[in-house]
Design a protein around this ligand. Structure first.
Ligand code: GLV
Ligand code: MN
Ligand code: MN
Length: 414
């Protein structure tokens, strides 16, 4: 058969996504499916059931990554791999991550029902804890798998309640036995929503990112002196939350000071004891800095770190800084990026060469094999929110581009 004519089943992709969206579904139309939560477990169980229906060889590794392997004609050849993540942000959207896993599943189903043989094996993957919201950092399990992060360190990371990542992997029954260790991969494709406004603004159906910005994460711990707010004069206070407030604004101003080409965000904060009539004596907050220019992001951090130290000194609030995680910017394989654009063109979809500001497991995969991504437009450019949305038509278009890229790299196209 002429595999260039092969298409995914858009209706089936839609119903698969709708079924997944019920797991952890929120009243506002989004999902909360935090990494290694009960909801993550239920979604994984359903995913594994769907993989079993396709007779794939299923492997679960020590980081809980789930792989489903479809044999090729030559199983000595390295596989083509595609997938993304099943976990979500708190009150996140119905497409982030899951579109790439269900899109890959739809590709597998299409290959299966059309009895397509490929030269290379094809592997579908769900990476554990891509979001890094419950257990920092993000992309931790693809990072371990690619050899960039240490497994013991990842295991020991804790959530806000002190639960270790490894304990939660065990609890939900997804601490597998296969080593979380890379093997040769011929090509990796990750299909994802854009999570930004550019495709919609440019009226394009497919995005072909040339790569992903660097991501740098920091954790700041401040100490103050708690006291009754009424009788304690304003002079001489050591208010940890006020120190944090000043620091947060410094982070917000940072991209402007560095001349743009960067974003910087404080997205998480814990304040203790968090009572309206006690001066806060303990604050934790996070810093996220991203840029295409790794050096610029580090310079920015050095600058703002000095500001933090000055503010902490002036306010008499001891500071502890943890440089939690850095992943370098990831310039994708140019030939594969071109393949994404060519495939979109052949299918009659408009496309755009762009950059990914969001982090993806593709960052770590890019360190070990030729990698590219396929983006579908995000309505209103909104993501990591319940209203996150992408049209079913666009979901189908991206799935077709993924199918063609898999066929071409796995060796089935005419
Ligand atoms: C991943 O979701 C990110 O933070 O970009
Ligand atoms: Mn994602
Ligand atoms: Mn995300």
């Amino acid at each position: 058969m002429d595999t260039r004519k092969l298409r995914i089943n858009g209706k089936r992709l839609r119903s698969t996504l709708e079924e997944m969206a019920k797991i952890g579904g929120t009243p506002g139309g989004g999902v909360t499916r935090l990494a290694l939560s009960d909801e993550d477990k239920r979604a994984r169980d359903l995913f594994v059931k769907w993989l079993e229906e396709l007779d794939l060889k299923i492997t679960i590794d020590e980081m809980g990554n789930i792989f489903g392997r479809r044999a090729g004609r030559n199983n000595d050849l390295p596989p083509v791999m595609t997938g993304s993540h099943i976990d979500s942000q708190p009150k996140g959207g119905r497409f982030d991550g899951i579109l790439g896993v269900m899109g890959a599943l739809e590709v597998m189903r299409t290959l299966h029902e059309n009895k397509i043989e490929t030269e290379h094996p094809v592997v579908i993957v769900d990476w554990t804890n891509e979001e890094g919201s419950r257990f920092a950092p993000a992309m931790v399990a693809s990072g371990v798998w690619a050899g960039a992060l240490k497994q013991d360190w990842a295991y020991a990371r804790t959530d806000i309640n002190g639960k270790k990542q490894v304990e939660e992997l065990e609890r939900i029954g997804y601490k597998g036995t296969a080593p979380a260790k890379k093997w040769p991969v011929h090509a990796y494709f990750e299909y994802h929503i854009e999570q930004g406004p550019i495709l919609e603004r440019e009226k394009k159906t497919i995005g072909a990112p040339k790569g992903i910005l660097c991501l740098h994460w920091y954790d700041i711990y401040l100490e103050g002196e708690a006291n009754q707010v009424g009788p304690t004069p304003m002079e001489g206070r050591h208010d940890a939350l006020c120190a944090a407030a000043e620091m947060i604004l410094k982070v917000n101003e940072l991209p402007g000071r560095m001349g743009g080409n960067m974003v910087a965000t404080v997205g998480e904060i814990q304040n203790y004891p968090n009572s309206r009539n006690i001066i806060p004596d303990k604050v934790h907050f996070t810093v996220d800095i991203r840029s295409w220019d790794d050096g610029l992001a580090i310079k920015a951090w050095d600058l703002v770190k000095k500001d933090f130290q000055n503010i902490a000194g002036r306010r008499g609030c001891p500071i502890r800084i943890e440089e939690t995680w850095r992943v370098e910017h990831a310039p994708f394989d140019e030939k594969l990026v071109q393949m994404v654009m060519d495939s979109a063109g052949e299918l009659g979809y408009s496309y755009l060469h762009m950059v990914s500001g969001a982090g993806h497991d593709a960052s770590y995969m890019n360190q070990i094999c030729p990698t590219a991504m396929i983006f579908a437009p995000s309505i209103g450019g909104r993501s990591h929110v319940e209203v996150e949305n992408t049209t079913w038509e666009d979901c189908e278009a991206g799935g077709n581009v993924l199918l063609q890229c898999v066929l071409k790299t796995a060796g089935a196209a005419q």
